[in-house]
Design a protein around this ligand. Structure first.
Ligand code: AMP
Ligand code: ZN
Length: 113
């Protein structure tokens, strides 16, 4: 997607603080961290949101969940963490490229909504 900021980050056209990359997945530090560790994990293929996961792109999404334990271990999140995706208007999704927030490094609030 030519006009997508996360596609541009994946392509290296916009700088990012990369923490992990493989053939299907890219992960980088959130520019506005909400916790001591706040990483965004995205599929390299453009998928707009959780609402746009299909049989064709689900394998890329699954690869994210294979990467998460590796990233969590490399960040030292031995005591746990939270994974969130915001979807659409009510979910307050601001970037329309599917991304999972990996949050940790402290005891997170119990409330999510
Ligand atoms: P969401 O509101 O779930 O769509 O999350 C989008 C996230 O992307 C926010 O937490 C932003 O801080 C983050 N973000 C936006 N632009 C950048 C960027 N260039 N580099 C790193 N994180 C970004
Ligand atoms: Zn994109």
């Amino acid at each position: 997607m030519s006009n997508c900021i996360f596609c541009k980050i994946i392509a290296g056209e916009i700088p990012s603080s990369k923490v992990y990359e493989d053939d299907a997945v890219y992960a980088f530090r959130d520019i506005n961290p909400m916790a001591p560790v706040h990483i965004l994990i995205v599929p390299k293929v453009h998928v707009a949101s959780a609402n746009d996961v299909t049989a064709e792109n689900a394998a890329s999404v699954a690869r994210i969940f294979e990467a998460i334990p590796k990233i969590a271990a490399s960040e030292g999140l031995v005591n746990g963490y939270r994974v969130i995706t915001n979807c659409g208007e009510d979910g307050c999704q601001s970037v329309k490229h599917l991304h999972f927030h990996l949050l940790g490094g402290k005891k997170l609030p119990e409330s999510m909504a």
